[in-house]
Design a protein around this ligand. Structure first.
Ligand SMILES: [Zn+2]
Length: 371
């Protein structure tokens, strides 16, 4: 069971962004590996806090977490796997750029956290979703070509860096001798190099493999949004951790529904007689058919709001509405009889428009909708 992110940072669910930042800064200083050399528990806490902060400091991630919990990010259980590089890149914004309290120039010392783990590269795919899939949430199976580590690859400790993944470089400057740590170019930072590998693999002992990945897409996603499936990117060589699969959402255009945030719009056309007599109509909403009744004498331009028949909200409970715009279809051709009927009706009191004071004009209605 993963710990609650709010609990980790010791804050309440309605903490402000400033409070979240403050809480993280405090915890990060407390558990920082430099202050707790060799203390694996502190390092674990440190990573936990970084992970919690990564999510809670990002409005869209926080919203997803608030609604779906840890499942929002990994489709069920499992770690989210931030590596130390990710964590230290966070410090740029939390501690105001540059290093960490002066002691973190760059890179991560091999002495405090052991060798760093190399992360595999991310894979990116696009999924196209219909409005119905977006409204109801969907599980998509996609085929991805992943680089994975082949069976039978043997590793040995990199002799260039002695398995540290980093090499220290000493340079003489006018300020004296400076020591900098750099990623070992021989092992790429993993601390290990290949001793032997099967012939069908690349230089890193990797092969390409097709994998079907199942992606749970929550209801209410928006075109352009990116979801992350942890550890479904390319494997990293050696003892590294796999990259992630980044899924970009693409919304397909709907035949007759228009989306506007969480609301949907539908243009309903009814005939002259239907408008005069009243009519019942069935509409294909995103989550099934809805029947609506139009009272007799309904005006063109009327907007009917079907509560909760829109797109579910990603951030809160509840859904948007389906707004049905009533359009009365004026006949374009008339036969002789019809022509006579309308000619006779032209001065008829019933046919003369007389909007009542309370009737809202089309512009008032549009204004109402957006306010
Ligand atoms: Zn090395």
């Amino acid at each position: 069971m993963k710990k609650d992110f709010y609990e980790i940072l010791g804050i309440s669910k309605n903490a402000s962004p400033e409070e979240i930042k403050k809480a993280y800064r405090k915890k990060a200083l407390e558990f920082h590996p430099d202050k707790n050399p060799g203390d694996t528990k502190a390092e674990e806490n440190f990573k936990e806090c970084a992970e919690a902060y990564e999510v809670l400091s990002d409005t869209s991630k926080k919203a997803k977490y608030d609604q779906y919990g840890h499942q929002a990010f990994d489709g069920g259980g499992g770690g989210h796997n931030m590596n130390m590089d990710d964590i230290f890149s966070q410090f740029g914004d939390i501690f105001g750029g540059g290093g960490f309290g002066g002691s973190f120039g760059g890179g991560f010392g091999g002495n405090s956290a052991g060798q760093r783990r190399v992360k595999g590269s991310n894979l990116r795919i696009k999924v196209k979703l219909t409005l119905e899939e977006i409204a109801n949430g969907v599980e998509k199976k996609v085929k991805v070509k992943r680089k994975i580590q082949a069976q039978g690859v043997k590793y040995k400790t990199c002799s260039t860096c002695n398995g540290q993944g980093q090499v220290l470089r000493v340079t003489n400057t006018i300020l004296g001798r400076m020591q900098t740590a750099a990623t070992c170019s021989v092992c790429g930072g993993s601390g290990q190099i290949i001793e032997s590998k099967p012939t069908n693999t690349d230089a890193f002992g990797m092969i390409m493999e097709d994998e079907t990945v199942s992606i749970k897409i929550p209801a209410g996603v928006v075109d352009g949004m990116q979801l992350k499936v942890s550890s479904k990117g390319n494997d990293a060589p050696g003892n590294g951790i796999p990259g992630d699969l980044i899924v970009a959402v693409e919304e397909l255009e709907h035949d007759f529904l228009k989306r506007e945030g969480e609301n949907l719009h539908f243009d309903l056309y009814i005939s002259f007689p239907e408008a005069a007599l009243g009519v019942s109509k069935e509409i294909d909403a995103v989550n099934g058919k809805v029947r609506i009744k139009l009272e007799e004498g309904i005006q063109s331009g009327k907007i009917l709001r079907l509560k909760g028949k829109g797109i579910p909200s990603l951030n809160t409970y509840g859904s948007g509405d389906l707004l049905v715009h009533v359009n009365v279809w004026t006949p374009k051709t008339l036969n002789k009889e019809q022509r006579i009927f309308f000619e006779n009706s032209i001065d008829d009191e019933n046919f003369i428009p007389h909007p009542e004071k309370g009737d809202k004009s089309f512009f008032d209605k549009v204004k109402d909708m957006f306010s």
